[in-house]
Ligand binder design. Sequence first.
Ligand code: SF4
Length: 402
Amino acid sequence: MVMTRSEPDSCPGVLRLHEAADGPLARIRVPGGRLNPEQLQTLAEAARDLGDGRIELTSRGNVQLRGMRDAAALEQRLTAAGLLPSATHERVRNIIASPLSGRVGGIADVHGLVPPLDAGLRGAPRLADLPGRVLFTLDDGRGDVSGLGGDIGVHGVDGENFALLLGGADSGLRVPADAAVQLMLTAAHEFLDLREGRWRVHEIEDGPRRLADRLLLAHPGLDTTATRVETTAPQDIPIGWLTQGDDLVTLGAGVRLGSLEARVAEFVAAIERPIYLTPWRSLIITDLEEWAAEQVVRVLAPLGLIFDANSPWLQVSACAGQPGCAKSLTDVRADLAEAVETARVLPPSTPAFPRDSLLPEEVVASGRQHWSGCSRHCGRPRGPVTDVTATPTGYRIDPPES
Ligand code: SF4
């Protein structure tokens, strides 16, 4: 769909908090989802000391802190932890990378591209004008993040070359690994030239093709191909025990409704290993010896982290709802939690039918489902998903079209 935006985008950051119904909300960009243990500890302390005690994970692998009582103290803490390296470019650092890259599976290792891409964004004064919604994706060839609706991205096609994605689809341009970051930065500049007030590449009429044409003019040596990489939203997220190529262990940990308690985050930080936030609102804890991984599961599973890929919590998501959103008709997250705990979230194979005017305790839905406090469906994941929507007459269930 082609659309024109008349207003500037209003994405929150650390220096521009969003006035949510439950208080100021800060969104902190975490390029590539990577946090070191000290940074996770800083976030946990900020959530506990200055906010509502929880770290919200977002669908872009970023984090949000709600109910921020002291914006200046937050800025100071995040800056000291290296989580706010630029005041001018903080909202444009939206970079998702395949979380398991370089450790488990994949064709290329894309984590090494994140720091130069982030530095390149921050180093170009003009790129501070990118809308906060622009998303960069770095997919190591397994197809886990290319289907997440990025604007500018690369997708590994072999160990040395990437496909360039524009507007979430393969442009047909091919670039070697050592030129990939520069090409993405050039694409960001060209997008600014083309955008005429629009926020996303796909919102520009014929945007991906026009952008590709401009890139070919700027880089005439680029390879092109008629064979396109298909991009689809992944349905399975990495959960549980994953053996790395070097025989160490990565643990994928689900987080209930993407809301991580500060004290649980502190336990994760205390493991002292690199941590990745995923765009599926989960955690990846890396580089563990087997005995250490066993201990981590033993300690963190009782605290609510999910290491069982069959858990119904992994089928469900929800918008902020009450009390965080003034538009919400109800506390959808509490209603959804009750549905999970009383076994009303059924396996995906169960037949599903539309229903409406339901009391919270009457809602029974199967498979992937997203609960919303109104019809805007904020935070709805990509791909087939059942909508459970609060309406003035009760909940409505809309299964995905088959
Ligand atoms: S879906 Fe509606 S209720 Fe939920 S966060 Fe968005 S606007 Fe608020």
